[in-house]
Design a protein around this ligand. Sequence first.
Ligand SMILES: NC(=O)c1ccc[n+]([C@@H]2O[C@H](COP(=O)([O-])OP(=O)(O)OC[C@H]3O[C@@H](n4cnc5c(N)ncnc54)[C@H](OP(=O)(O)O)[C@@H]3O)[C@@H](O)[C@H]2O)c1
Length: 387
Amino acid sequence: MKAASDYLSPRSLVEIDVRIKRQEVPFFLRMAVTKEYKSCESGNMATQEQFARGKPKDVLKLVKDAPVPRPAVDEVLVKVHSAALNPLGPKLMSSVPFPIARYPIVPENDFAGVVVDPNGHREWKVGQEVIGSYVQIFDKLRKGQGVLAEYANISTKFIIPKPPNVPFSQAAGLPIVGMTAYEGMFTRGKLTAGQRVFINGGSSSVGAMAIQIAKQQGATVVTSCSAGKIDFVKDLGADVVLDYQVSPLPFQLAKQEPFDLIMDCIGTIPVYRNCAKYLKPNRPYIAVGIDLHGLSTLQTMKAFLSIAASVALPAFLGGVPRTFGVFTMKYDEKALKEMADMLDKGILRVPIDSEYGWEKDDVMKAYDRQMSARAKGKIIIDMQREL
Ligand SMILES: NC(=O)c1ccc[n+]([C@@H]2O[C@H](COP(=O)([O-])OP(=O)(O)OC[C@H]3O[C@@H](n4cnc5c(N)ncnc54)[C@H](OP(=O)(O)O)[C@@H]3O)[C@@H](O)[C@H]2O)c1
């Protein structure tokens, strides 16, 4: 006997609708099919929407009758099961002005869900579980797309199949931090087996992924975190852990054997400024950004000047004789698939700090936790919870 999913193979929801109306779907399956895609068929969905520039608590609202987005030619429509927050989300929310950001905007980038309308793309099927991320940030902001919504339309370039055994929450947490760690360690850092790497901020989500993939590669990992998170990073595989609150990291690092690579997941300027003492010559210092947490405008300007001087000046004038590579991650399908496969095999995990529902209060608690910069893994929004 055919299952409901057999009747969900047409290429679009319109086709499903036509089949139901033509009574090609048997009566006893009609309810199941209709229930699953009820919101789509009615054309409405629930979504969080950003309606102005500012902090999440001031500019987000829950809308229960937003139109289900129509996928463009290169896109499919996905029902979102889990979404993950990133520090980037609230930073963009409070900084990018109109008209670069066109309101309303659905927040956040990373998700895992199920294809409900392949929109004619034969490689994707109705019911297929996927992992994806809106990695083209300005395109996302211009189109108002995002993942804190029941449905999301996303380019087929930015989704991969989700291994069936990997929970949606783990899968949603993977894309941005996983690909950032991978790019820093391998694409840019060229880390190989037997090398020594220092990962600054091992308990950050990027750091947690970097520790694991560096260990998989056969490297020795030294990392930093605060006292309460030492067991956490050891459990991820770190060989040596430095508590950054005990004494300044450059002093502690100068006592270590020199490193082949430093991946800075925090952007701690003194760690770069002193790195000639503990990073081998001609080896890269790779940073995901510069730590500006809690700095005033004046202090921020000083921080940028300090980095610029360290990079540009010769050593005898106070410059740092090591390259400083700060980067913004690029989508890397091969890397994402490789890490999804590692999740499936149980040799990689996405640590989850906490999971929330998606009522406004829940979402605000999730953003507060994200913005605290104290999380121990990903902050996940369970989009399947009843509103
Ligand atoms: N360039 C890119 O493409 C890219 C991509 C992704 C993320 N990022 C950036 O990378 C950074 C990390 O992102 P994330 O998602 O991994 O952050 P996250 O998970 O929110 O990081 C929180 C963790 O950072 C640790 N931490 C905070 N300050 C620290 C310090 N000074 N030294 C050591 N650990 C510290 C905290 O531990 P304690 O409580 O122990 O301090 C906490 O466990 C963010 O600035 C983000 O914007 C950049």
